[in-house]
Ligand binder design. Structure first.
Ligand SMILES: Cc1cc2nc3c(=O)[nH]c(=O)nc-3n(C[C@H](O)[C@H](O)[C@H](O)COP(=O)(O)OP(=O)(O)OC[C@H]3O[C@@H](n4cnc5c(N)ncnc54)[C@H](O)[C@@H]3O)c2cc1C
Length: 414
């Protein structure tokens, strides 16, 4: 019997792999997806809290501002397949979409499974073969260092091209267990240091734990490396059993490029007021409550659960009457409200990172094709690459754009 030779084998059935397969099969070529899980899109299923924030409908400038690492590498992939292309593809496959606050795009049904079903429908229409429970252990090359197939479950699958779309190494139970990095390394590719991104942060200070569950809205949090401010963001944060989390903190975590313990946070609890405005406000509040004890005078200013803590951190005696407060103590308290310091100890459990930053070194990949510069017939797509974005649908779009281009199987000009 003649051995079947696939045109393209895609390793991994996440969004990058599914888009690569649809794109490759659209050229009329036989395509096989090998996925180690029992189903496709296991990570995609849990995205957007089960609703799948598929992409972001912002304009191109804004889109690239939301890519944290190596945004320029994506220019070509994005020009081949952008947010509009992804939305049209998914909607035409029977999954209507809607755009919410912050240009975030979700399925109208609020069910990630509907997006996955739409992609599966396209895979079936394009006659892509899917083999589940198949873990690829090796990409096999011929003597000219050209791809000739892959090994999975002790079987050899012959092909002309391979797309490695195996994801990162966080939320490992979804299948992105980091095995793709080993495949890439064994083929001679360098992997830039991996770190979790979009993740909560452990703090040296223990006091955040006493506020576990408290969300602060409309605060401004600055991230500093030593004395240098890296960024400052306004929005929502959350205290947890390990330190801090919530949207602002996740975004800051993406900007941590060195050991996390080199960084600090400064929380401005009253970001709508200047220091002078806040002091006038404190004077008014203290005048109104002049006969109360300090810890009973701050209800209008702070969440209840934070009052004792803030009084302690400011070194004040909470049992003292407000009218006994000195000007110096009032100014000191105001200063703390504007600049509550926290020292970062580490990331939360690395497995809880929404994405993995770092990955296959982009110097060894042609951005115009997603082809390896080291191995002929080899392509990469998705989170395995050293590109990552912020929350808001940017990471699935990275996976889709790179997947689509990789699937084309274009040959590099040089
Ligand atoms: C909780 C959570 C929420 C998220 N929410 C969003 C969101 O709303 N919007 C957004 O844009 N991004 C979100 N992300 C990020 C997004 O899910 C990823 O960036 C995206 O899934 C990456 O796609 P991928 O195809 O590259 O990798 P993955 O989705 O991880 O897929 C890789 C696949 O490869 C398979 N695989 C790995 N190794 C092998 C092997 N050796 N052989 C065979 N198969 C293999 C895995 O089993 C897996 O199915 C979220 C992530 C998490 C964890």
């Amino acid at each position: 019997m003649k051995e079947l030779i696939w045109d393209t084998i895609v390793i991994g059935g996440g969004p990058a792999g599914m888009l690569a397969a649809i794109s490759a099969a659209s050229e009329g070529k036989p395509v096989l997806i090998l996925e180690q899980n029992e189903k496709l899109g296991k990570k995609m299923f849990i995205t957007g809290k089960g609703r799948c924030n598929l992409t972001n409908a912002c304009d191109q400038n804004e889109f690239f501002k939301n890519l944290v690492t190596n945004p320029r590498f994506l220019y070509s992939a994005y020009s081949h397949f952008n947010q509009g292309d992804l939305c049209r593809l998914v909607e035409n496959a029977g999954c209507p979409l809607k755009t919410e606050r912050g240009d975030r795009v979700f399925p109208v049904s609020d069910k990630s499974s509907d997006v996955i079903q739409a992609l599966e429908k396209l895979l079936a229409e394009k006659k892509v073969t899917v083999r589940l429970h198949h873990q690829v252990s090796q990409v096999v090359l011929d003597e000219d260092k050209r791809v000739k197939g892959v090994e999975a479950n002790d079987c050899f699958f012959a092909c002309k091209k391979v797309v490695i779309a195996t994801g990162g190494n966080t939320y490992r139970s979804t299948g992105s267990d980091g095995s793709g990095y080993t495949l890439a390394k064994n083929l001679g590719h360098k992997i830039t240091p991996l770190r979790p991104s979009l993740i909560g942060l452990k703090t040296v200070e223990q006091w955040p734990q006493t506020l576990q569950g408290l969300t602060l809205k409309n605060v401004a949090v600055a991230l500093l490396e030593g004395r240098k401010q890296i960024s400052k963001i306004q929005g929502e944060m959350l205290f947890t059993h390990f330190g801090v989390s919530g949207p602002i903190i996740l975004t800051h975590s993406a900007k941590i490029k060195k050991n996390p313990d080199r960084y600090h946070l400064r929380i401005d609890l009253k970001s709508a007021l200047t220091a002078e405005q806040l002091d006038r406000r404190l004077q008014r509040d203290f005048l109104k409550n002049s006969n109360k004890i300090i810890k009973n005078s701050l209800d209008d200013l702070l969440p209840k659960s934070m009052i004792s803590l803030m009084v302690d951190l400011a070194g004040l005696d909470g049992e003292k009457k407000v009218n006994q407060l000195t000007k110096g103590e009032r100014l000191q308290f105001g200063k703390l409200l504007k600049c509550l310091p926290l020292t970062i100890a580490d990331y939360d459990n690395p497995n809880t990172g929404i994405v993995t930053a770092g990955g296959v070194h982009l110097k060894e990949i042609d951005p115009a094709t997603m082809a390896s510069r080291l191995v002929k017939g080899l392509y990469f797509a998705g989170e395995i690459l050293d590109i990552d974005g912020l929350t808001g649908g940017f990471n699935i779009q990275i996976a889709a754009s790179t997947g689509w281009l990789a699937g084309k199987g274009l040959v590099s000009a040089k």
